[in-house]
Ligand binder design. Sequence first.
Ligand code: NDP
Length: 301
Amino acid sequence: MHEHARRMLGTQFNLVEIPDCNIQARLSQDLRASIRGVACRTRIDSQFIDALPNLEIVASYGVGYDAVDAAYARSKKIIVTNTPDVLNEEVADLTVGLLVSVVREIPKAHAFVRERRWQTSEYPLSRLTLRNRRVGIYGMGRIGRCIARRIEAFGLPVAYHSRRPADGVAYDYFPSLLELAHAVDVLIAIVPGDASTVKTVNADVLSALGPEGVFINVGRGTVVDEEALIGALRTGTIAAAGLDVVADEPKVSENMLALENLTILPHIGSASVATRTAMADLLARNLIAWFQSGAAITPVS
Ligand code: NDP
């Protein structure tokens, strides 16, 4: 757990820390019965919840709470909280940074200088450009809107897909992801990793993006059919991709690592000291508010 959250929680509660979710093996029955709240950044499944008979609240570190079995928690009347909004701008910054890096080959150009090759040759022109592109955003939620604002400032038109049109948003709306992919040549995924989004970025969607297509994923790795993505990058069905998330994190397949036109980041969307501290703060305030007033600050819906 983040040190800031540990410090805040330590002033209010007795803390029991465990390094993984193997709670049955790690804690005695008496100790488990005394636990009323959980702060987590790991998987919380139904067995974990069942092992804590007096649990009232699970405070998850991050806005995506796919690691927590929230439906099961709800069935037991246990509150789940996440850390929305405080990371929006940070994640949006990283997203456009990754997009520009992929299109203008910034990591490769840096390696070129570091390998001292600049002294003897010029870096080749980037095949791709952001100019004259049309950008599709898959997920026009809190972070999607922040990404869209940045893309607008780049002078590029924005379109989007979500299950319903987003309130107060004037960008072109596409009721299906496939239609959106046909209409754009950059697709940015920023949807949650739940059952409704699993492998929705599939071979058809990538093919619709086209040979100049660029795919960026900052949502969850499960959203992508990774075999289809590897195939599309290998055959030139799309031009390039950038991922901040992969399905089986932190494992990255050798097939992915071998691709020249794929840039992978180690899930760092929100990972600055300032933003992670803000997330830790909100996590701790949720637990404190719950036990002081009976109302959490940011419960998931
Ligand atoms: P929001 O809930 O605000 O937005 C989610 C958006 O996705 C909404 O527009 C929603 O619209 C849309 N959506 C959800 N399910 C579907 C679906 N099945 N089909 C189409 N659209 C869908 O979430 P945030 O913007 O705060 O965060 C989004 C996700 O980004 C998080 O859940 C997390 O997984 C990921 N994330 C990744 C980070 C990183 O470090 N890489 C950091 C932070 C977040 P509608 O419901 O109308 O369909």
